[in-house]
Design a protein around this ligand. Sequence first.
Ligand SMILES: [Zn+2]
Length: 298
Amino acid sequence: MTAHIDREIAARPELVTIETAWRAPKEQHPGALQKHQYRELDIPDNPDAEPPCSHTKSALIVFGKHAGRTLTVCVDPDCSVHNPREAARIAADPPPIMAPAAAQETEEEAAQREAEHEERMAEYRAEQERKEEERKAELERQQKEYEVEQARRTETRNARQAAFERILSNVPATFTASQLRVFLRALVNLDPYDFAEDVAAFYVGEEENNQQTPEEVLSFTIDRLPDEKLTGFALRLVLTGHTDIPRENDSDYLAQAEAAFAPPPPEKATGKKPKPTIIKEVSPSAKKTSPPKKKIAA
Ligand SMILES: [Zn+2]
């Protein structure tokens, strides 16, 4: 196959080379066009035929399906003939057509008519370029907007993970009625299909060859946990599935749990932090060990 391809290229140096399947860039035939860089045309490879557009080329497939064959391709992804979107755009905004010649046209009149047409064409091209610039600017703006949005989501996700950990770092041994309500609300709104898996993954930890089902892992954990850790287990069980950013119009059960279990410390408490000596006597669960947190974005 390689020999055949080399012979073809030697015999017809005008051929462009294309690859019809993806492979790693360092393995690609030097200079070969990749799938997104050409459009296969449904016309036979005939160098003598009138090409449908100025970007029409004969191409040799050097890798992928039908390797070794030649076909006809258009090598301009934005071709006004072959890219349907581009073609539609031009159909909607066609270039000016030169005025027809008058029956008795002098040379001067013909030159005048041509000059007028040239002028209109120049205006049309300038307008097209302006629109192209506008399109590019719009694409760039959308790309930037997307990146900003992604960065914002990453930040929100990190903040939610931090809130989740803060809640679980300090779980009381028993719930108050209002905490129990928050817990139950989070519980009934869990996605029942996969919530156990992520929680089980936490308890299995690094153990890679664990053959137990998530339910088995969680049941085993319940049997083994000391009494005062059961509320922490319960909270992890219901909150793990709520750490993702909630969809629009969905309730944020993590935020509710944060308010009920780990409200952020008052902002102005910089000068006088509560002394641990006072807290110690109350209960270990009342300790305020968490550092001041930034407000969590919704
Ligand atoms: Zn074309």
